[in-house]
Design a binder for this molecule. Sequence first.
Ligand code: B12
Length: 502
Amino acid sequence: MASLVSERPINVLLIYPECPDTFWSFKHALRFIQKRAGSPPLGLLTVAAMLPAEWSKRLVDLNVTRLRAKDLAWADLAMVSGMIVQRDSAAQVIHQCKEAGLRVVAGGPLFTIEHERFPEVDHFVLNEAEVTLAPFLADFARGEARRMYTSAEFPDLRATPTPLWALADTKRYGWMSVQFSRGCPFNCDFCNVTVLFGHKPRTKTPEQVLTELDGLYALGWRGGVFIVDDNFIGRRQVVKNDLLPALIAWQTRNPGIQFATEVSMDLADDADLMRLMVEAGFRMVFVGVETPDEQSLAECSKKQNQGRDLVADVKRIQRTGLQVTGGFIVGFDHDEPSIFQRQIDFIQKSGIVVAMVGLLQAIPGTRLYERLQREGRLVGLSSGDNVDGSTNLVPRMSAERLRDGYRHILEHIYAPKHYYARVRTFLREYRLPTVKVRVTWVEILALFRSLFRLGILDEGRLGYWGLLVWTQFWRPELFPLAVTLAISGYHCRKVCRLHVMK
Ligand code: B12
């Protein structure tokens, strides 16, 4: 390896394994806008920016392209990233790289949690690359790289470089990702965010975020940007006083970008914060609702959702101009058989159109995992995708009852009749921000595709036409949103059928 380093600059392939057809892959919806995948792999693009400038870099995202023999022949080194859901594809791609004689470096959340499952990898550079990559590169340059680089340190994001988006073919993606912070101040026992990124949210500076956005804008990007924070409002004062005013000013110079992000429900308590977010271009927030059951909320330490009128909270957020998507969980120890209907009622009433309902899974490193291990209630590995109908724990209610109830929720909320009713509930509440958005050709084509696929071929065609007519009559300004939501519902129904309803 030492000779490889000294003789010529390294050619590195940055490989992102294939994601299965999951709830968040949005594969069935992305087809309507002729995109292949959600967003480029931000982790790899960030790592690319930390590699020596003289190295040649190519991104191979298996979600939008193939790994070609000529790429393998060109490369000296493969750097592979991934999440648990990409486990199988990652193993395959690592094997392919080894067969081609490449040295393989692996990092990212999949390997940070499960490195022992990948014996073929030469070097694991785990946790956050801001800490572990530099020592690896230094050892590698001397030809003395170890197998394992880890760290318990949570680095300062002010040193994180701008991701190398130029490596990605942005036209193939539905949205771009930008990260402002890592970590979450809350302590939900099933969530591994705090294990991976800590309790104290760390932020980039507003200037860093604007530089990233300028870069995307310069590449011609005018679509959605997902601020991929674990909890965007984790450092509320910094967001309110520094970032959002900067974004508002940026938007006036660079129109056409809409943001989405993840927040905790206490957003609903802060009218100023919501108003600033809408003004800055935010249109959608994902909130972990989890359950309407107070005892289950207490069981999982979801303090931020306890003792609140969660439906009223959601409506308040929607009325400000933010669509709420939500995560829900069944399978807590305190869940009674009535929980399934209660979840359905909550989802329908709140107008959370895109509702990700999952079975509780225990992820290594979490407090939930440790408790279930002590109680001898773990069975195997978590699939990493909590919407695939599987669980790795022995529930309090019978496993069969839980699975049936879970299936019933999904069948109900994604049945066209109930789905379209929920879209109307949301559209009635939603206040469209006054900012004018240009309708693009891609969106017009998506409308025509939806007219054909959802309005003619699909079993839910009556509901689809009902929604379009209703929207045109009552909320004509929300027509494009209604079409987008119809397409999202089609994806959710397909994915839920694939995994759970069968
Ligand atoms: C944005 C996001 C998404 C997006 C897009 C993800 C994507 N990659 O395309 C969406 C919404 C689609 C998504 C979906 C899911 N996600 Co997600 N997601 C995130 C989130 C919030 C941010 C990811 C991100 O972009 N981070 C910013 C970059 C810069 O960080 P990074 O990728 O971690 O990279 C850093 C290091 O890991 C490292 N690194 C990364 N790769 C490599 C490679 C090498 C070679 C090296 C050296 C280093 C390295 O260096 C980077 C800089 O420090 C994370 C939580 C988080 N804070 O990371 C969860 C997270 C990645 N998601 C997770 C999960 C479970 C999912 C889902 C399975 C959820 C579900 N139930 O459906 C789905 C699956 C998606 C699918 N397509 O099938 C888990 C993964 C757990 C695991 N161990 O694998 C995380 C960690 C959240 C959690 N609570 O645990 N997700």
